[in-house]
Design a protein around this ligand. Structure first.
Ligand code: PLP
Length: 414
């Protein structure tokens, strides 16, 4: 059975999917069914169908998946159907059929990132995963945590908590704009390490530049020194392949509501089996299971919806997704290169690229451009702390989206 066919069989598509599947004649403007996606004759049509399966209005150019990704109607339908089922018998279903389906999502996450199910904890978001580390890691005063000046506040929070409560020292590597090669980054990380380094925390894909961290080379340095290597993976799963073993990370924290296009307030934390003894959290005191005495009651519906969005990813295939995001980002960067008044701060080296392109503006105000774009139904990200803008290119975007955004950029910049 093909992956796409299996998706139709296994997926828990909701009321919308079921209704449309059983319609004898589909109205011309009806959203595509999972079967339509499975039978798409080529990738271009598949990506067009995915765009159609979103609730985004047709004239909205959405280039901010890096902040929040849009969910498909199947995912929304699944969440809604699970909520209806729950309310029909809250106790019976929460700890019955829905509870079983929620717990199964841990396995889906594990498969998706090459982990074992015992290594997965379902969280509410990336921040919560790194906070969990921050509240329970045993560090001594003067122990060092190495990170960069390009981290997101959600990733940094747990580190600064460790500094405040344990007297640890947070050291930030000054990251280049734009980075030139994996070798350059590995050298910077190596230069930042000392005998006191206990933790290295880096974003897998940078929220500022979209730079992909060369974790495989970095873990070759940290693992022999027993340094805990932590990945802030908020921007990676759903746009690039994540294989925690190959990356060599000890912890990997991510969100379901960005590139995975899952329900909002979903996430996961991977903790490698070999380091689990060092991370004894209250939240997982008696189990890593989705529901335990320590976790308390969970939102079964959104977690089940995360499972649905992972099914969709597996059906399309992460390599195909990664290729599409990269092609769009390359197209965007090619069109921007050489334009006066701005500088691309996303790396051009193939090993460091992702589906994110960011620009630094010489004089024009990023806020003015951001607002003008929003007035024209183009949603981009204003980067805090820099006079910069970020464009996230996901599978549902097109070259026409990029052209419209670039046309507006040219118009506003004069
Ligand atoms: C690198 C990075 N880390 C953490 C976060 C926070 O994510 P969440 O709000 O899902 O915890 C973000 C959000 O944009 C991010 O880009």
């Amino acid at each position: 059975m093909s992956a796409r066919r299996k998706f139709i069989k296994n997926s828990t598509f909701g009321l919308w999917g079921l209704n449309t599947l059983f319609q004898k004649e589909k109205p011309m403007d009806a959203p595509p069914t999972p079967e339509d996606l499975a039978n798409a004759p080529n990738d271009e049509i598949l990506f067009q169908l995915i765009r159609k399966s979103l609730l985004l209005p047709e004239d909205l150019i959405y280039l901010n998946t890096g902040s929040l990704g849009p969910s498909t109607r199947q995912v929304v339908g699944t969440v809604s159907a699970a909520m209806h089922e729950l309310e029909a018998n809250p106790v019976g279903n929460n700890w019955g059929s829905l509870g079983t389906r929620m717990e199964a999502v841990r396995g889906k996450v594990a498969d998706f990132i090459g982990a074992s199910v015992e290594e997965i904890i379902l969280t509410r978001n990336t921040t919560e995963g790194i906070n969990l580390l921050g509240t329970c890691l045993d560090l001594q005063p003067g122990d060092e945590i190495l990170t960069t000046n390009h981290e997101h506040g959600g990733g940094e929070n747990g580190l600064f908590y460790l500094a405040e409560t344990k007297g640890a020292v947070v050291k930030q590597i000054e990251m280049p704009l734009a980075a030139e090669s994996a070798g350059q980054i590995v050298e910077l990380v190596q230069a930042g390490m000392t005998d006191r380094t206990r933790v290295v925390m880096l974003s897998h894909v940078s929220t500022i530049t979209g730079m992909r961290m060369p974790f495989e080379q970095i873990s070759a340095i940290t693992r022999p020194r027993n340094i805990l290597l932590v990945a802030d993976g908020a921007q990676a799963p759903g746009q690039i392949r994540v294989d925690v073993d190959r990356l060599g990370v000890d912890l990997y924290s991510s969100s379901g509501h960005k590139w995975l296009m899952g329900p909002k307030e979903t996430g996961f934390l991977y903790i490698r089996k070999a380091v689990q003894e060092r991370i004894q959290a209250v939240f997982t005191r008696n189990s890593n299971k989705a529901y335990s005495a320590a976790s308390g009651t969970r939102n079964v519906a959104t977690i089940i919806g995360l499972g649905e969005s992972l099914d969709l990813q597996q059906t399309i295939g992460i390599d195909k997704i990664e290729k599409r995001c990269r092609e769009l980002a390359d197209y965007c960067a090619d069109q921007l290169r050489g334009r006066p008044g701005l500088r691309i701060i996303s790396p051009a080296a193939p090993e460091l690229k992702s589906g994110i392109v960011s620009i630094l503006l010489d004089e024009a105000s990023n806020r003015a451009i951001f607002e003008k774009m929003r007035e024209d139904n183009i949603i981009i990200k204003l980067l805090p702390g820099y006079n910069a803008l970020r464009f996230s290119l996901h599978i549902f975007n097109t070259r026409a989206d990029v052209d419209r955004m670039l046309g507006k950029l040219a118009e506003v910049m004069g």
